[in-house]
Design a protein around this ligand. Sequence first.
Ligand code: HEM
Length: 483
Amino acid sequence: MKLVLGFWVLVGFVGWCWWKRKSKKRLENKAAIPRGSSGWPLIGETLDFIASGYTSRPVSFMEKRKALYGKVFRSHILGVPIIISTDPDVNKVVLQNNGSIFIPFYPKSITELLGKSSILQMNGNLQKRVHGLIGSFLKSPQLKARITREIEKAVDQTMGTWKEGNLVYMQEETRNITFQVLVKALMSVGPGEDLQFLRREFGEFIKGLVCLPIKLPGTRLYKSLKAKERLLKMVRRIVEEKKMKMENTDERGPPMDAVDVLLCDSGEAADEKQRLPLDFISGNIIGMMIPGEDSVPMLMTLAIKYLSDSPLALRQLQEENMELKRRKAHLGEDYAWTDYMSLPFTQNVINETLRMANIINAVWRKTLKDIEIKGYFIPKGWCVLASFVSVHMNEENYEDPYRFDPWRWERKGGNFNYNNCFTPFGGGQRLCPGFELSRLEVSIFLHHLVTRYRWVAEEDCIVNFPTVKMKRKLPVVVTSISS
Ligand code: HEM
């Protein structure tokens, strides 16, 4: 009996090996690893990649290789062999995958600072659960109605410090506004000492996101990890206070911030094991500050830069917003969040800015299995970079792509449908949960800027490495319209 069983186990095993070999061969025969170059030993093509980030055309690295090898090619950058896709269909497959084949991949310094349980690194059901909770909260009309007042307050406070004819640095001013709003939406911290502490420590923390992954005292990474410890301590205190308050009240109101959302979900979990631990919640709140902190102020700053260089667009934007301002004044009403979002040309300006220079210009993934997409073979364990900027700046997708042309969106049907060729907020299961909030913040900021001020921007240029920034923080001289 044992002999017969052994025989069948052996037959099964041999059959399985044969089938595996055959399916691998089939995949290899049909598709090939994309063509490309591994560059120099160790450094690969990193220097060329970085150098292109300092030019006015950061896509030049991709363009050069696309011309040689096609839209999907192989390279070796920042220490890893990588397949780079500039093809919207391939990017779509990468984005839409639910984590069974593609998982996020970040440089070592980022993974150290994020920690394993950050939403940006986790996969599977837990990522789905946290993403779903935060996404529904951030796009809820209740949050948008409440946060509109906070954004207006932050905009008023910041613009209130501008003196007639003063030089202000837009990259700094916009960061002041958006940090305040972000911290309010995530944990209801208002202006005061706690906000200042969070701003200072978070600034120290994110300096280490792109650095050498060496954790010795005195190194950049070490200092950033220490700042994270201090941040965690404060956020954990906020989470604990909120939890106690929740437990001591009989009637539970709607969640006011992301901490409430995660705590409420934990409270409702029937099984102790399903509850989200407080350290997990605190760590994730800090993790969510990372994609939210720099992206929105840069979007605002870049919009000002493009508008400064495009007087026709600025004029149309101003007219549209003035018209709304007059209407609201005539009715004697406060603005609703829907008022700000209802202006089509303003939305087109935001789209066009996101298309031309988005701070998150690609996503990085790693493959868990061999996969073939559109005839390209991507082996297990390889990194994949899905480049959004290459798609956004390709003339196959956008006519005259280097021209700031908000009207192109009218010609496209006037709406920001997130199709394969426009993915500033990613897509699929990891689509940015903050995308509606971001658009609202920028709409409110632009409305108050163009209806209250005129400005003259000084010479400045966009730098694309390690992240998108203005070289001189975009200095502008502001004068109020009434004067
Ligand atoms: C202009 C502003 C923003 C842009 C362009 C942007 C872009 C993106 C992109 C491209 C992704 C996908 C990353 C990936 O697939 O690996 C993403 C994810 C994410 N974003 Fe945003 N984002 C913005 C603002 C915000 C804000 C304000 C928040 C928070 C309030 C936020 C929170 C997140 C989170 C938590 C994720 C991770 C989602 C997940 O992996 O499940 N983002 N963002």
